[in-house]
Design a protein around this ligand. Structure first.
Ligand SMILES: [Zn+2]
Length: 194
């Protein structure tokens, strides 16, 4: 997977919902553990600090994670063990501070692997994800399949009416769509508002 990461590096795994980002991240976790390179796995939370939880992919694969509210907590967690790699899931829920943290940790020699949406439900980039993709040594951009036309899908279409930027949801709230079907869907939503 990696020739070497003695010098530290950033890898981004991105793409729309239902494109298998969490599976891809969990695959990295398995490969690192096999090589006895201890990974620290992080997920955002909004209510509890440092609680143990799991990252679960839609395929049912699991791994224990630390839920953190602010990225600065990652520095505290790193003191707990001899971690070589930091893997962060659902990174679009964090803020701009993730950019400098990822850069700093890679500079310190860590392998930093970050998974998250590149675009919000309006097909606009999450700023920190865009910056991270530019800074990363490696970007893996995944695609799903458009539920409308079955072509490759790069966007997450919100089926429900809500203007909240971070609306947690799954298959009831979102679906993978291609550019064309996303635009058609947004127009349909707009018309049904009138
Ligand atoms: Zn389509």
């Amino acid at each position: 997977m990696y020739k070497t990461f003695n010098d530290g590096m950033i890898e981004i795994i991105t793409g729309p919902m239902f494109s298998g980002k969490s599976e891809e991240l969990l695959k990295r976790v398995r490969i690192l553990e096999y090589a006895k390179l201890k990974p620290l796995v992080i997920k955002p939370t909004f209510d509890s600090r440092f609680s143990n939880d799991n990252i679960v992919s839609r395929a049912g694969i699991k791994h224990a994670t630390y839920n953190v509210e602010n990225v600065s907590e990652i520095y505290e967690l790193l003191k707990k063990d001899k971690y070589k790699a930091i893997l962060i899931d659902e990174a679009h829920f964090f803020d701009e501070t993730l950019v400098s943290l990822a850069d700093d940790l890679a500079n310190k020699g860590y392998l930093v692997i970050i998974s998250g949406l590149d675009l919000n439900y309006l097909r606009k980039p999450f700023n920190h994800m865009a910056k991270l993709m530019a800074m990363a040594e490696r970007v893996t951009k995944l695609q799903a399949i458009c539920v409308v036309c079955q072509h490759a899908a790069s966007t997450s279409f919100r089926k429900v009416k809500s203007n909240k930027l971070n609306l947690l949801g799954d298959a009831n709230e979102y679906e993978a769509r291609c550019r064309k079907c996303h635009i058609i869907g947004e127009k349909e939503k707009e018309l049904s508002n009138k």
